[in-house]
Write a protein that binds this ligand. Structure first.
Ligand code: ATP
Length: 512
């Protein structure tokens, strides 16, 4: 299996050099865990969110969207359990005071899985293995819990009652609006509610570039089913033959390797417990593959018993093989009716819905909550698109045309011939009404192609001396360097087809 070609630090450098991502406040030394997106980065990020919304909201009858507030009533986070339990274990160096996330320190030092270990277990492992401060080598103190929510004060007075939190996940805002959305959209089970938006976590050690940030975005669905019909997945036939790499809890326990399996095999062998869970795992995996990511870089991994959150009946992560190992890309949890019940209890509001069949009130179950970080998806697409082309001697960023931040580059062959530049400019003005385009006249044409390849520009249009005579231009493919000659008047139609996935060679006369 081919691994990503870059380290995460090299990817960060590439993203900064090309204007995808910048470290936040760099002129003041930066601030860990926060990043800004440059022009190419914001276009790519918007395309990722747009494609996700298109697939999972716009093109479905059973899912509707919301866009909730970042700050909510503090009771939301009390009811959800975040005030009490959204914590990581920290440990301080007794001498230099440096703070570490204790479980990752133990995991890194001993090369073991620490998910599910209690604070006592972690403390014991640190003592037994004499793990010391990673900076100065001194003894470490006593591990303690640290809440990851950022707090702030709402209103002009600051008191304990003005404290509120920046949301650490988008999910809860779906639950608090559940009843209104269900009634307004006249949703009948099974149905989903989706949201894309910012979340904030005061991570103890933000690292690996965009992988672990303090401010990030999530794309999330809560998918609700009838509590007595957890396995009646109406869409399961669509994915029965879909194959993916599977790493079940049992395989992990027995130290076995992951295995390529079809969804139907996972269900018949009861590796995946419900059809709905199988369906959503396949769909989320397929979304990445359809947008150009390599299926071999993904696996689905089931949480082992100790790793499961208290509310979850079963959880699978969609994982990706990053340069720093297999890591969670997306969590897909079966949360049952935990959240709706918690909010009913704390708000004293009835969030149950009426079941026409049994004429009874029911509390739906979240059979699956696919929760995807936008920036982790961003990294995946960047890693899988990145290619160094030896013949061209430059990077070619082979992003899917739907994701490419800039679709078309328009280049006049020379910059010192006014009528030629004007012709190119006119073509560019027409095209930019349809797609994000760039107009580039600086440097040699080869240099301009290389710059375009590195930015992932899907096609380039070159206007040359002949164009002045015959109203034709050359289109060049980023991925193959193949070129065709087409009339300027047909440019929009041909480029539209090319961006839709048609082969360039079929769209015009080839150029040697
Ligand atoms: P991890 O174990 O990596 O901390 P998590 O299990 O806490 O992740 P969830 O709460 O399940 O993550 O969040 C859902 C998704 O949100 C994750 O799969 C990931 O894509 C994204 N996400 C979570 N925390 C971060 C973060 N600090 N930076 C970037 N993305 C994140």
């Amino acid at each position: 299996m081919e691994k990503p070609k870059l380290t995460i630090d090299e990817m960060a450098t590439f993203c900064k050099r090309k204007g995808f991502v910048y470290p936040n406040s760099e002129i003041y030394g930066g601030i860990a865990g926060f990043y800004d997106f440059g022009h190419l980065g914001v276009e790519l990020k918007n395309n990722i969110k747009k494609e996700w919304w298109k697939t999972f909201v716009m093109q479905r009858d059973d899912i509707v969207g919301i866009d909730g507030s970042i700050i909510n009533h503090p009771m939301v986070w009390k009811a959800s359990g975040h005030v009490e339990g959204f914590t990581d274990v920290i440990i301080d160096c007794k001498k230099c005071g440096l703070r570490f996330r204790a479980d990752t320190l133990v995991a890194d030092k001993l090369n073991i899985q620490t998910a599910g270990l209690s604070i006592e277990d972690i403390s014991k492992k640190i003592k037994e293995n004499k793990i010391k401060c990673q900076k100065c080598g001194s003894e470490l103190g006593i591990p303690k819990q640290f809440n990851l929510m950022f707090s702030t004060n709402v209103g002009p007075m600051q008191s304990s009652s003005s404290v509120a939190y920046l949301r650490p996940e988008t999910a809860q805002i779906i639950f608090t609006n559940f009843k209104l959305v269900q009634e307004n959209a006249r949703l009948k089970l099974p149905f989903g509610i989706a949201q894309v938006g910012k979340s904030f976590r005061n991570e103890i050690s933000p690292r690996e570039f965009l992988f672990r940030m303090r401010e990030f975005e999530q794309m999330e669905i809560e998918y609700f089913v009838h509590p007595e019909k957890p396995d009646e997945c109406v869409f399961i036939d669509e994915v029965m033959d879909y194959e993916l790499n599977v790493y079940s809890a049992e395989m992990q326990k027995q130290n076995k390797k992951m295995q390529k399996m079809a969804i139907k095999e996972c269900l018949s062998k009861k590796i995946i417990k419900t059809r709905w869970h199988g369906y959503w795992l396949a769909l989320m995996h397929r979304w990445f593959v359809d947008l150009g990511a390599s299926s071999e870089h993904f696996r689905i991994r089931q949480h082992v018993k100790d790793e499961l959150s208290h509310y979850a009946l079963d959880t699978w992560d969609l994982e990706y093989e990053f340069p720093f190992g297999w890591k969670e890309l997306q969590g897909l949890s079966n949360r049952t009716d935990f959240d709706l019940k918690q909010h009913m209890e704390h708000s004293k509001t009835d969030l149950s819905i009426f079941d026409e069949d049994t004429k009874k009130k029911i509390i739906p179950h979240v059979i699956c909550e696919p929760s995807q970080g936008v920036e982790r998806a961003f990294l995946v697409f960047m890693f899988d698109a990145y290619n160094y082309d030896k013949a061209r001697e430059n990077v070619v960023l082979k992003l899917h045309p739907k994701l490419a931040p800039v679709k078309i580059g328009v280049f006049p062959l020379v910059s010192n011939k006014a009528d030629l530049v004007k012709k190119a400019r006119d073509a560019y003005d027409g095209l930019k009404k349809e797609w994000p385009c760039v107009f580039d006249l600086s440097g040699s044409i080869g240099r301009r192609y290389a710059r375009a390849d590195e930015s992932g520009i899907y096609a380039t249009v070159t206007v040359d001396f002949e164009s002045l005579e015959d109203e034709s231009v050359t289109i060049r493919s980023r991925d193959t360097t193949e070129q065709i000659r087409v009339k300027i008047k047909d440019l929009k139609e041909i480029l539209g087809k090319f961006l839709d996935g048609e082969k360039l060679g079929k769209l015009g006369k080839g150029v040697e």
